[in-house]
Design a protein around this ligand. Structure first.
Ligand code: NDP
Ligand code: 8X3
Length: 261
């Protein structure tokens, strides 16, 4: 808890799933002695999360704001326009991301291609570019990129999503190498199946199709990944949990999942 005390944490995609759980986990681990910048497109969700956390932890400081990482030109003004108390970011959790559809190459809509790359890859890269100067100036700061097993093991019907997460992985690697002369840490957490709004988004709001993904399996919950993100960030300053691949017990590959008891 001491290592997290008074840290300023920026989380993208904090309105649901892993991002939301990560906000809760940071707040709990620091017992409220933390400053959270909670961002996503759905402001109402961020508001209610902020209210809940403020009730549990009276001393917590939260700045919640709409931020669409795929609107690249909004990123610089967002970072430079942060309220004074929140300006000196310590931890950037690049979590906002999505899969759209399961179409094979040749049949993927332009909207899906752009949707995935603009958020998962270009949004993440552009936001990192805006935050990195803050880290360089103080020679400290953590970047946690959320990749995926899909970025390590591509599967049919996932060409664009898998490519987007492979891009995240290589971006993380390059950045880690570029920053070895500093105290900046670059970490990547690559989850397997986690039950969140992920599949609902992937299947365009089709709850039945989303449910099927996890049928007969015991997926991870978003809090299980949040725990690992917070663990990684709260290691000693000299320790970098560079990469983690996190499965539920009955999964051992992107599509290698045991269904049944
Ligand atoms: P959710 O759909 O529950 O959460 C995704 C979050 O991203 C939401 O808060 C959403 O908020 C936000 N988001 C989407 N598009 C944008 C955007 N353009 N700008 C800003 N925020 C955006 O899914 P998960 O929590 O599961 O996903 C989180 C990350 O984990 C993603 O990067 C995903 O690829 C990755 N992942 C998920 C796995 C899983 O099985 N669930 C496995 C491996 C990786 P809003 O709509 O309000 O903007
Ligand atoms: C999400 C996991 O492999 O089911 O990143 O698409 S996968």
């Amino acid at each position: 808890a001491e290592r997290l005390a008074n840290k300023i944490i920026l989380i993208t995609g904090a309105s649901s799933g892993i991002g939301e759980a990560t906000a809760r986990e940071f707040a709990a681990a620091a017992n409220g002695k933390i400053l959270l910048i909670l961002t996503a497109r759905r402001e109402d969700k961020l508001k209610s999360l902020s209210q809940q956390l403020s009730l549990i932890y009276p001393q917590i400081k939260i700045h919640s704001a709409r931020l669409d990482v795929s609107e690249f030109s909004s990123l610089k003004p967002f970072i430079t326009g942060l309220p004074k108390d929140f300006a000196s970011i310590d931890v950037l959790v690049n979590n906002a991301g999505k899969a759209l559809g399961r179409a094979n190459v040749g049949e993927i809509s332009q909207e899906e291609i752009n949707g995935m790359f603009h958020t998962n890859v270009l949004g993440l890269i552009n936001l990192t570019q805006e935050v990195l100067p803050i880290f360089k100036k103080k020679n400290a700061g953590d970047i946690v990129n959320i990749g995926s097993v899909a970025g390590r093991e591509p599967y049919p019907g996932g060409a664009v999503y898998c490519a987007s997460k492979a891009a995240v992985n290589y971006f993380s690697h390059s950045l880690r190498k570029e920053t070895i002369n500093s105290k900046i840490r670059v970490m990547e957490v690559d989850p397997g199946a986690v039950e969140t709004e992920f599949s609902l988004v992937r299947f365009g709001g089709d709850a039945e199709a989303a449910k099927k993904v996890y049928e007969g399996t015991e997926p991870l919950g978003p809090e299980d990944i949040a725990e690992i993100i917070v663990f990684a960030v709260s290691r000693k300053a000299k320790t970098v949990i560079a990469e983690t691949l996190v499965f539920p017990t009955h999964q051992a590959g992107a599509v290698h999942v045991h269904r049944g008891p």
